[in-house]
Design a binder for this molecule. Structure first.
Ligand SMILES: Nc1nc2c(ncn2[C@@H]2O[C@H](COP(=O)(O)OP(=O)(O)O)[C@@H](O)[C@H]2O)c(=O)[nH]1
Ligand SMILES: [Mg+2]
Length: 102
């Protein structure tokens, strides 16, 4: 069974690396898609670096659209297109704990 955490981000440069590393540690079948709305703090660049390290990290970088709601729709549609069994929304600020994914 494969699960994908869907993380919408806007200016989460301080949180995103530690969150993604913790998500990936939960198991080999757990990945993440980050939907970033071109955050001025460079969040997407951090995600891109991690993506090159680990193929379980996916990045959708939106240049024009903004908003957590539409980011979530795009992110879950992506998770479905990847054929995962579970899509799980997670905020980047650790409000949702990766340890609960399993
Ligand atoms: N892509 C995207 N993500 C957003 C936007 N606004 C907030 N987020 C993300 O949505 C998640 C929840 O945001 P947060 O400010 O913690 O919301 P709250 O806890 O409900 O007040 C975080 O990961 C944010 O970075 C947005 O406009 N676009
Ligand atoms: Mg929050």
């Amino acid at each position: 069974m494969r699960a994908m955490a869907m993380v919408p981000t806007y200016n989460e440069a301080l949180n995103i690396e530690s969150l993604l590393r913790e998500i990936l540690q939960q198991g080999p079948d757990i990945g993440a898609v980050v939907v970033d709305d071109n955050s001025p703090d460079g969040t997407a660049g951090i995600v891109e670096r991690l993506r090159q390290e680990d193929a379980r990290v996916h990045l959708i970088l939106r240049q024009k659209e903004r908003g957590r709601g539409t980011a979530g729709i795009v992110g879950f549609q992506y998770a479905v297109s990847q054929g995962v069994d579970f899509g799980i929304e997670m905020d980047a600020d650790f409000f949702h704990q990766p340890s609960y994914i399993s």
